[in-house]
Design a protein around this ligand. Sequence first.
Ligand code: RTP
Ligand code: MG
Length: 154
Amino acid sequence: MSHHDERTFVMAKPDAVQRGLTGEIITRLEERGLKLVGAKFMQIDQELAEAHYGEHEDKPFFDELVEFITSGPVMAMVWEGGDATRQVRQMMGATDPADAAPGTIRGDYGLDLGQNIIHGSDHEDEGANEREIELFFDEDELVDYSRSDEPWVY
Ligand code: RTP
Ligand code: MG
């Protein structure tokens, strides 16, 4: 899917909020031309964390992952644009900040595999973006609008 209205789920993780990087993450995605269509500053509870990271429930790091993502507030967001899911993943960089290229969000700010600043829906997992958006947002919490700088951005 590469329509201009593709939506993806993004989250500034607890470490990003604690370190004051929420705005930086939003700025980078905005400047890239992606359009913010939903945002929620929230604390994730155990149940939502386990559902969100359900694909990892059998992994040895699952409990640690759930503990971290519930450890403090996050900024949950929905961003829209052409090929948005893959574009955000590109901007995030590799999962382990040690492997993430400079210029990517994790490459510039991530500390380690656990504290890697940002989540974005996996573009290689068909429908992950829509599933995650639905998990965090009601449809009426997403805003349909045009940016004034269209057609230069999405
Ligand atoms: P995310 O879901 O958070 O956006 O990260 P990702 O797609 O790049 O990586 P994923 O494989 O989905 O892993 C989810 C999170 O689990 C932690 N992790 N720890 N100890 C480990 O081997 C390990 N592997 C992954 C990372 O914090 C990763 O973001
Ligand atoms: Mg993932």
